[in-house]
Design a protein around this ligand. Structure first.
Ligand code: SF4
Ligand code: SF4
Length: 491
C-alpha cells in the first residue's frame, strides 16, 4: 500500500481480511486440456445472444470499460469513421483514499494532474476523432485542482469546470456526448450531488462491502464508511436511483475479503435503484504482490453470479444468464476504440494496461510532449496496428472465437485484458497465479477469472468434487438477507 496504514487491526478485522476462502488447495484433480477441435466452451443460441444484446443496450452502459454503449453500437461508430469512441481523462492522481487494490497508486499526497488547458485541447481533438463518451477518473476526480483556474473555494469547483468545458465544446461542435465520472462518493455533499444531477453526469461509484470495518480497511481511512453512505444519501436526494436520466452504477471490487458480503451488497444496490458492476480483482498497482492463490478463482465468480442472477430474477424481474467475468455479461470494450490518458500525460490502452516500466507496447505517446496531437495519434498506423494485434490476440482454452460464442459474436474480447496481463491459470492446479508476461494484455489473452474455466473443467471432469456446492453454501451462510431454502444448490 502506498501510504501508512491508519486502521487499527482488531481481531474482527484480522478475520475479515483473512476469511480462509481458499486454502490454496488445488481446484483441478487433473491438468486441464485445451478444448478439442470443434468443441465450444460457451455455445449460445441466437435467442441467448439476442438477450445479452438487449440487456447491454437497454441503458447507458456505465460499467467500467464498456464505452457507454453496447458493442454493436461501438462497431457501427467505428464503421462510420470514428477513430476514438471513448476517452478517459485521469484528471488527478490525488485521492482522499488509499485503496489496497488501487491500480493507480493514488493517494492524498499525490500531486500529478492534467492541466485544464491541455484537457480543453484534448477534448476538442477527441470530439473531432469521434469521441461520444468522456470518462473522468482519478484518484478522486473531485480532488482535481488546477492553480491556473484560480482559487477553488468550495471543493469540486475545478472538477465542474471540466464538465462544463466538455459540454460546451461538444455543443459548439454539434456532437452528442455523455460524461461519466468515477467517484468514491465520500466527498459528495448535497451541493455536489445537485450539480452532478444538473449536468446529468453518469456515475460509477465505490461500494465494495456493507461491512464498515472492512470498507475502511480497504480504503485505509477511519470513518470512511459513514462518509460514503452520506454521499449516497445526497445522491439519492438529488434523484440518482429514481430518475432514469441520472445513471449510477455501484462498482464493487470482488476479492477474497469482499466475496462473503457480496449478496447483501447486491441487494442494497438493487433496492436503491442503482446498477451493479462487480469487477473481480486485478492484481496490479498496489495489489500486484498479493498472494493470488489464496484469493478468488473462477468457481467463486461462477457460483456468485449464478446466485445473483437467481436473486435478480426472483426479486427484481431482471433475467440474465451469467457467462462472462462481469455481471450482466457487460464485458470490456475499451480496446476496440477507447483511449486512456493518465495524469502523467501518458496515453495508454486503458486505465490499467501495463505502463512503460513494464513495456512500451501499451503507451502511445505523452500529451505533454512537444507536438503531441491526439488527432494524429487517432489516425496513426501505430494505433491501427495495435488494435489489430489486440483483436487477433485471443487465447486457446476459453477466450477465443472458436470456443466462446460471446467472443465470436463481438460480445466479449477476452474479458479484462489487465487480468490476463497480471494473472494466469495454472492449468495443473486450476488456481490463478502471478503472470510476469505482461504482453498477455494483448496477445494470447485469457481472462483467468471468467466462469468459462469452471465450465471447461466440469466438462473434462477435472473440477474438484463438491467445490461449487460448498462455495454456494458458504455464500448462503454469510448472507443476512436471503433464506437458504429459497435458493437450493442447482447443478
Ligand atoms: S472472458 Fe473469454 S471465455 Fe469468458 S466470455 Fe469473454 S471471451 Fe468468453
Ligand atoms: S481491460 Fe480491464 S482494466 Fe482495462 S478497461 Fe477493460 S475491464 Fe478495465
Amino acid at each position: 500500500m502506498a501510504g501508512k496504514n491508519r486502521i487499527e487491526m482488531t481481531a474482527t478485522l484480522r478475520e475479515l481480511i483473512n476469511p480462509g476462502l481458499n486454502p490454496k488447495r488445488p481446484i483441478f484433480t487433473k491438468p486441464l486440456l485445451p478444448p478439442a477441435v470443434g468443441e465450444k466452451v460457451f455455445s449460445l443460441t441466437p435467442e441467448e445472444i439476442r438477450k445479452i444484446r438487449e440487456l447491454r443496450g437497454a441503458v447507458v452502459d456505465l460499467h467500467p470499460g464498456m464505452g457507454g454503449v453496447a458493442p454493436e453500437s461501438i462497431i457501427r461508430m467505428i464503421q462510420d469513421g470514428a477513430k476514438i469512441t471513448s476517452l478517459d481523462f485521469m484528471i488527478t492522481k490525488g485521492c482522499n483514499f488509499e485503496c489496497t487494490w488501487c491500480f493507480a497508486e493514488s493517494g492524498p499526497l499525490m500531486k500529478e494532474y492534467l492541466p485544464f488547458n491541455i484537457l480543453e485541447r484534448l477534448t476538442a481533438e477527441g470530439l473531432e476523432s469521434g469521441v461520444q463518451l468522456f470518462v473522468l477518473t482519478g484518484g478522486e476526480p473531485l480532488m482535481y485542482r488546477d492553480p491556473a483556474l484560480g482559487k477553488q473555494g468550495t471543493r469540486g469547483i475545478h472538477f465542474f469546470r471540466i464538465v462544463e468545458m466538455i459540454r460546451e465544446t461538444a455543443a459548439r461542435m454539434g456532437t452528442p456526448t455523455k460524461i461519466l465520472t468515477f467517484d468514491d462518493v465520500a466527498l459528495i455533499t448535497p451541493e455536489i450531488a445537485e450539480r452532478f444531477a444538473e449536468f446529468e453526469v453518469g456515475l460509477c461509484t465505490k461500494g465494495d462491502t456493507l461491512n464498515a470495518e472492512l470498507q475502511e480497511y480497504k480504503v485505509n481511512q477511519s470513518g470512511a464508511f459513514r462518509k460514503i453512505q452520506e454521499g449516497y444519501r445526497n445522491l439519492m436526494n438529488a434523484g440518482y436511483g429514481r430518475d432514469q436520466k441520472l445513471r449510477l452504477v455501484v462498482n464493487s471490487v470482488l476479492d477474497h475479503t469482499t466475496f462473503d458480503g457480496m449478496i447483501d451488497l447486491h441487494l442494497w444496490v438493487m433496492e436503491n435503484g442503482f446498477d451493479h458492476s462487480i469487477v473481480p480483482v486485478h492484481y496490479c498497482g498496489n495489489a500486484e504482490d498479493e498472494d493470488q492463490e489464496a484469493g478468488i478463482h473462477s468457481p467463486h465468480v461462477k457460483v456468485l453470479y449464478d446466485l445473483l442472477a437467481r436473486i435478480d430474477s426472483k426479486y427484481f424481474e431482471l433475467d440474465w444468464t451469467p457467462w462472462s467475468a462481469f455481471t450482466y455479461n457487460k464485458s470490456c470494450n475499451r480496446n476496440r476504440s477507447g483511449l486512456h490518458i493518465r495524469a502523467s500525460g501518458d496515453v495508454t490502452a486503458c486505465s490499467e494496461s501495463p505502463d512503460r516500466t513494464a513495456t512500451d507496447r501499451y503507451t502511445f505517446g505523452n500529451v505533454f510532449d512537444d507536438g503531441f496531437s491526439l488527432k494524429s495519434l487517432a489516425g496513426s498506423e501505430r494505433l491501427a496496428r495495435y488494435r489489430t494485434e489486440f483483436a487477433e490476440g485471443h487465447g486457446t482454452y476459453v477466450c477465443s472465437p472458436d470456443v466462446c460464442d460471446l467472443y465470436a459474436n463481438d460480445l466479449c474480447q477476452g474479458g479484462c485484458a489487465t487480468r490476463s496481463a497480471y494473472s494466469k491459470i495454472d492449468t495443473e492446479s486450476g488456481l490463478i497465479i502471478k503472470n510476469d508476461n505482461h504482453h498477455n494484455y494483448s496477445e494470447k489473452r485469457e481472462d483467468p477469472l471468467c466462469p468459462a474455466w469452471t465450465v471447461l473443467a466440469e466438462r473434462q471432469n477435472v473440477l474438484r468434487q463438491g467445490l461449487l456446492e460448498s462455495i454456494h453454501q458458504r455464500l448462503l451462510a454469510k448472507t443476512a438477507r436471503i433464506e437458504a431454502v429459497d435458493f437450493p444448490y442447482q447443478v
